[in-house]
Ligand binder design. Sequence first.
Ligand code: G3H
Length: 260
Amino acid sequence: MARKPLIAGNWKMNLNHLEAIGVVQKLYFGLPTKYYDHVDVAVCPPFTDLRSVQTVIEADSMPITYGGQDCSPEESGAFTGDVSAAMLAKLGCTYVVLGHSERRTVHGEDDALVARKVAKALEHGLTPILCLGEGEDVRDAGGHVEHCTGQLDGSLAGLSSEQVGRVVVAYEPVWAIGTGKTATTQDAQEVCHALRERLREVHGGAVADAVRILYGGSVKSGNVKELVAQSDVDGALVGGASLDAEGFAELCALAAGGPL
Ligand SMILES: O=C[C@H](O)COP(=O)(O)O
């Protein structure tokens, strides 16, 4: 089944709201509209940029979508420093990145917490980009597939198949994030395929065939085409290479099958 690729730029803690406006404008001018028939493009800036990004995208009716990098599992209330799914939805976000390895490692997030966040995001109409992936030790020991399918189960625990069908999954081997070490296309396909088969087993064929599974970890213009050519890799979650608008536009064009 053909799934339209999604290229999502995760800016992490980079670019202030003024810089964000410039990057979004350059991305818009760098990627001709015809490409959006073949690729969905999103940016996930820091929370403080979202209002500015919304304004610039809406002003020119840009076909670029955007999202947050995290949300609270709670609806609202006394949770200092947190941002709710409802707030992201109100700002016009389409996506929210959840369970990124940097949240899991730096903030101690586990699968159970991530599952609560996924449920809350879905409740507010957001599409979670659920991240998972193994560390280098697990990969070296050959336990990567089992590790990732386990994280998938844990991070989707308690969700109905209808809910799971609205999630995007991102396989991000931790050893490939920001290191310049990209997984081989075979590595990416192996795990993305195993994740899809796990979805098929638990939630049925319709869900497994519909869910987009992205690869993330040192994706750049030079490797994106080969990665998205894999039958179970439906796009990429891009960190560092999404901060440069011209380069990111080129990367999106290549993922769309370009140059068109
Ligand atoms: O969310 C994005 C990933 O952590 C990948 O980051 P990277 O492209 O800088 O390796």
